[in-house]
Ligand binder design. Sequence first.
Ligand code: 13P
Length: 251
Amino acid sequence: MRRKIVAGNWKLNTTLQEGIKLASSVNDLVAKGLPENVDVIVAPPFTHLAGIKKVLTEKIGLAAQNCAAEPSGALTGEVSASMIRSAGAEYVIIGHSERRIYFNESDLEVAGKVKLALENDLKPIFCCGEKLHEREKLIYTEVIKKQLEYGLFDLDEEKLKNVIIAYEPVWAIGTGKNATSEQAQEMHQYIRHLVEEKYSTRTAEEQVILYGGSCKPSNAPELFANKDVDGGLIGGASLSAKDFYGIINSF
Ligand code: 13P
């Protein structure tokens, strides 16, 4: 049985002090109990990683929101995969649509980051998702296929086992307009089918695929009830420990 995951992407929010408070509150709630087979991850800003690592129990995983495309060197302001690992994180979000759109990250760059993450013992949370006009033009499956083929599918099968895929339709992110349960299931099933085509039925069955985009306690039960939706990558609602825990308990 695939594990379920609920991951909170804090994006560009919280000071260090606020972040530690939020992580401690999530910790306290998670200590009350977790649904069976569910893993919890938080992804605070880089500056918070080492400090938050100290307050988290082993029940909660730690992720960075991005990593540099190079292992080291003269790249002022960048943060490498090895630095992230040394700060105590076990995961890193790669290819989030906000990075693809606002920082012009290409599929090729995303693919390089995935490899660097794996080389540094970090599990990538690989994001894919179509924009509104691509959905309206009914080319969303092609968009996702391209993002997976160029960004992820040059990995060998063993390495892919350490990757979590997150389907995040851009039109649903931060808009309050989540994908419907049917739309999410359709795309998750399609992504699993692509993994099966490229790798194997077994790997496709084991692949964890998260949904992201305006997920909240009120819609999470319906979204998570789909057989191919293995949890969520949560933005806004992960900034409230209560809402985040509500989503975790939607399973
Ligand atoms: P929201 O939950 O705020 O829509 O953000 C989703 C997201 O981008 C998570 O990575």
